[in-house]
Ligand binder design. Structure first.
Ligand code: PMP
Length: 363
């Protein structure tokens, strides 16, 4: 029997990103494709500076501010370039002269962020858990922080390795910068603890092509000589993300996802659901003699559940059978092997139940 959402014939898509979108969002896009809000035009055919599109810009910013309780001294930007461009923009904007930022490496994405930054400036890797196979987050009190660093960078949720910070690291006065690409909007965050947060949209906040940046006023610096204007946060902040033509279609989708999330009861409510979904799946894996997860329990991701099968010769069979059941994209990252179930906000609880049923039956 094919496992599909009860309301539609859609599969349960466990892809790490681009990931499943809420069905209601897709239905709304379909309904207003030819006539967006009485304009007799699709949203992607409208000028961003015209009479209509700014509504998307204003409402999405207001909704994001409301959902994450973003204080007024923070800018909200919607940029191009994905998470990876942020890996370069962060050091380009925040490192002056011979300053050396601190980097925390707890998985593949933080390793790549460090690599990109080290192409731009000197970097100090204060934590590296590669030897553990990226299965834990070391005790925060042991971090050798440099009080003179221009910032500390970390990745809140490691999409490939399934490791997530349970709490915000306390780093004193040094600005804390976090890549929240794969867990933004999945739980409340205390924005004031951060100098900057960024997240590509294609997991929890829309489709590929747009990146959310939340940045404190005093972090903004002038464009440096030789720096392309597009890579300067201050330019984008001054122009309300209209420094050039923004990715209007992706922005519109993010706007719909934010409205959907408000309708679900907001971030606090979705966090409870996310917690329940992840707990069910980990509890099942831990109780199974066929599957296992190696991540230190308090550091397990609520968004990307990585797991392996004891009899590795059954890996292919598991993937083939799960696809046949409408449980798609469970293959782990190619560097990691095994399986990964990405269970972002839009994955219904029934999808997780269906996966557990299948895993039980597979045994
Ligand atoms: N950071 C994290 C945590 C990610 O998961 C990803 C994408 N999987 C990226 C950065 C890179 O994002 P993008 O592909 O949009 O550049």
């Amino acid at each position: 029997m094919l496992n599909v959402s009860s309301k539609t014939s859609r599969v349960y898509n466990f892809s790490p990103g681009p990931a499943m979108l809420p069905t209601e969002v897709l239905e709304q896009m379909q309904a207003e494709l030819l006539d967006w809000q009485g304009t007799n035009s699709s949203v992607m055919e409208l000028s961003h500076r015209g009479k209509y599109f700014p509504k998307v810009m204003h409402e999405s910013e207001a909704d994001l501010r409301e959902l994450l309780n973003i204080p007024d001294n923070y800018h909200v930007l919607f940029l191009h370039g994905g998470g990876r461009l942020q890996f370069a923009m962060v050091p380009m904007n925040f490192v002056a002269n011979d300053q050396v930022p601190d980097y925390v490496t707890t998985g593949l994405w933080s390793k790549l962020a460090l690599k990109e930054a080290s192409n731009i400036c000197m970097v100090n890797q204060i934590v590296n858990t590669e030897d553990s196979g990226y299965t834990l987050i070391p005790n925060l009190s042991d971090w050798p922080l440099n009080p003179e660093a221009p910032y500390v960078h970390f990745v809140d949720n490691e999409t490939v390795d399934g490791v997530e910070f349970a709490t915000t690291p306390e780093v004193g006065k040094v600005p804390l910068i976090s890549d929240m690409s794969s867990n933004i909007l999945s739980r409340p965050i205390d924005i004031e603890k951060y100098g900057m947060i960024y997240a590509c949209a294609q997991k929890n906040a829309g489709v590929a092509g747009i990146t959310i940046v939340i940045i404190r006023d005093d972090m903004l610096t002038d464009q440096k000589k030789g720096m392309p204007g597009m890579l300067c946060y201050k330019n984008h902040a001054k122009e309300h993300s209209y420094f050039n033509t923004p990715p209007t279609l992706a922005w519109y989708v993010t706007g719909l996802v934010l409205k959907w999330l408000k309708h679900q009861g907001g971030v606090k409510k979705i966090a409870e659901i996310n917690q329940r979904k992840a707990k069910k799946l980990y509890d099942f894996i831990d109780s199974s003699d066929l599957f296992y997860n190696q991540v230190h329990k308090p550091d397990r991701s609520r968004m990307n559940v990585v797991f392996n099968i004891r009899d590795e010769s059954k890996t292919e069979r598991f993937l083939i059978e799960s696809e046949k059941r409408g449980l798609t994209n469970l293959k782990g990252h190619h560097l990691k092997g095994g399986f990964r179930a990405s269970i972002y906000n839009a994955m219904p609880e029934e999808g997780v139940d269906a996966l557990i049923d299948f895993m039980r039956e597979f045994k």
